[in-house]
Ligand binder design. Structure first.
Ligand code: B12
Ligand code: SF4
Length: 539
């Protein structure tokens, strides 16, 4: 029995008992704690069990992770822990961006960025009472810690209640080379890509398999950053580097296929449409990586919107339709993510977008509502405008003076701290109620049974496969349709109904029965000839 414990908490507003995704941070941080420390380790994921302050004793250390979307719950856990005499440490994307807020809300210490290499020292400082006066741990350069692939800790999966999850989050790479204006990844993780070695990722997948997990979410925002289209459009000086990066990705997945063999599991990833002309990479992903579906950030089909968010590279509406088709033909189901309520949106653009979603043939779609998250360029601009407006005490135009590009107005800052759901954004053309209505309309329009069964016919799937697809789609739209889209339980805000809790538990149980993916069973088009051809090549 050790003298004190460190508890790693994933806070959540609602607790269902079972959850969709096992988060990676808590097991990873526990895995990074040096064995030489005299400390017991525990994990609490509030999506499946409540944090119980009565189990915390004075001198224990409570380490809480926070996203912007669940930060209020993180502060609640920190408060409860402090009331029991514990030392509290906060980390994760939100405290990385706003460390002083976390301190204001009860953190004894904050870690900015990756905790892998620093958590041991932080715990030691908590034990010996040597927490630095500023209470913030960060890289000496003032940036968040960004560890290399080799420094990323191997997670303590033995601390997780695996049988409660449908899928597990698998840390693979961090950082993204792009600059989308609504995204926080470049600030949190940087533009340089840092990835774990294939040997370690494969080892983790094999352990997950043995622990009966059959589905993983690859934890990278943009899993393949240098597909062929990017190599070909590169400037001469960059071309060799891009080419080498592409080769590295190909080798990674091929080796991954070899190393995992019969202990592979189905995968879901986040990819870009840039992959459309790279069948070799698509094959490596679906065939060797067993990635059967992925989220593609389509965001909008309105050229003005794509330009505004620095994502013109997605292409025009017709080009996107063609890219979706090619990617699905290459073996990966497309989950197209389209943002509702962008500053350029009107009822017409949103109508056009849902029609596009159906006509594009994508297998799954989501329609998250536009948000300005701290750390994103959009938030920085909205915050600046809010300050200018306050200073000038007059209503500045809602169109940027320089570019005449429409933008949203932030009505008040720190909206994430409020329980109040009244709008914190003002849209140039639409009320927030109208945006929500349009969002709901899009979810309903896409997930009509008639359309889902039509997809099954179009792909020439057998009836059973079509029925499973329709069921999964309906469940997805029921669980995650609404404000956010694909999400994990810790940021859900609605109450979990009895039915929902049972369904999640059934899905977690059912997932464990699924056999491992055969090399090519994940081809998205359902084209038997293509499957047969790939099988022949594979053998
Ligand atoms: C995989 C992923 C998902 C998966 C799985 C999520 C899960 N729960 O595991 C899915 C697709 C389901 C998902 C959903 C969502 N995601 Co997500 N996701 C990611 C992604 C790509 C990787 C996360 C990951 O597993 N990393 C590996 C682990 C080991 O790293 P980590 O969690 O960051 O933890 C490290 C450090 O942060 C730190 N740390 C973390 N906690 C603590 C605590 C302490 C005490 C200390 C010391 C250190 C510390 O140390 C850890 C080890 O180094 C990140 C982007 C990124 N590059 O981080 C976005 C990201 C976290 N997601 C984000 C968002 C917004 C969401 C959603 C809200 C989206 C939505 N609209 O529904 C939901 C919420 C889900 C949730 N509750 O987690 C944002 C968060 C932004 C913010 N400001 O909060 C990110 C950063 C992406 C972005 N576009 O900006 N996501
Ligand atoms: S939205 Fe995706 S592609 Fe764009 S910067 Fe963020 S992680 Fe990269």
């Amino acid at each position: 029995m050790k003298s004190r414990k460190a508890v790693f908490v994933n806070p959540s507003r609602i607790t269902t008992g079972s959850a969709f995704v096992m988060p990676a941070a808590q097991a990873t941080l526990a895995g990074a704690v040096p064995g030489s420390l005299d400390i017991e380790l525990d994990v609490v994921d509030e999506a499946i069990e409540r944090f119980d302050p009565m189990l915390i004793n004075a001198g224990d250390i409570v380490c809480v992770s926070a996203l912007t979307n669940n930060v209020r719950e993180a502060y609640r856990v920190a408060r409860q822990a402090k009331e029991r005499g514990a030392t509290t440490v906060l980390g994760g994307p939100h405290p990385t961006l706003l460390p002083s807020e976390a301190i204001r809300y009860g953190a004894d210490a904050v870690v900015r960025g990756d905790g892998d290499t620093i958590i041991g020292r932080v715990l030691e400082d908590c034990i010996t009472g040597r927490i630095p006066v500023c209470r913030v741990y960060q890289d000496p350069s003032g940036q968040p810690f960004r560890v290399s692939g080799e420094q990323m800790a191997y997670p303590r999966l033995d601390l997780m209640k695996m049988d409660r999850y449908v899928a597990a989050s698998l840390r693979s790479a961090q950082g993204c080379r792009e600059h989308c204006s609504f995204c926080t990844v470049p600030v949190i993780s940087g533009h340089a890509v840092r990835d774990r070695s294939v040997e370690v990722v494969a080892r983790e997948v094999r352990e997950l398999y043995r622990r009966k997990i059959r589905f993983v979410i690859w934890g990278a925002d943009n899993l393949v950053q240098y597909p062929r289209s990017l190599v070909e459009s590169a400037r001469p000086a960059e071309r060799a580097v891009f080419e080498a990066e592409r080769e590295r990705s190909l080798k990674f997945f091929r080796r991954f296929g070899e190393l995992t063999g019969d202990e592979r599991v189905w995968g879901f990833a986040q990819l870009t449409l840039r992959l459309h002309d790279d069948p070799e990479m698509l094959r490596a992903l679906s065939h060797d990586g067993a990635i059967c579906a992925a989220l593609f950030g389509i965001e909008s089909v309105d050229p003005a919107a794509l330009k505004r968010m620095a994502k013109q590279w997605n292409g025009t509406r017709d080009e996107i339709v063609e890219k979706v088709r090619r990617i699905q033909h290459g073996g990966i189901h497309v989950l197209g993510s389209m943002i509702v309520g962008l500053p350029t949106d009107t009822p017409e653009t949103m109508e056009a977008m849902r029609k596009f979603a159906v006509e594009s043939g994508m297998s799954v779609a989501q329609f998250p509502i536009y948000e300005v998250l701290p750390g994103s360029p959009d938030y920085a601009q909205a915050k600046r405008e809010l300050a200018e407006r306050k200073a000038s005490a007059q209503n500045l135009p809602i169109y940027s003076r320089e570019t005449q590009v429409p933008r949203v107005r932030l009505l008040r800052d720190e909206y994430w701290l409020e329980s109040d759901t009244s709008p914190h954004l003002e849209h140039p053309h639409l009320s927030i109620a109208e945006i929500r209505k349009q969002g709901q309309k899009s979810w309903r329009y896409f997930y009509r049974l008639r359309f889902l069964f039509g997809n099954g016919i179009r792909y020439r799937w057998p009836v059973r496969r079509t029925a499973v697809y329709a069921l999964v789609c309906k469940a997805f739209a029921t669980f995650y349709g609404g404000a956010v889209g694909l999400s994990a339980d810790s940021v859900r805000v609605g109450n979990a109904s009895f039915m929902m809790r049972k369904l999640m538990a059934a899905a977690a149980w059912g997932m464990r029965k699924i056999p491992p993916p055969s090399r090519v069973s994940c081809v998205a088009t359902g084209d038997d000839k293509q499957v047969a051809a790939l099988n022949t090549q594979a053998s």
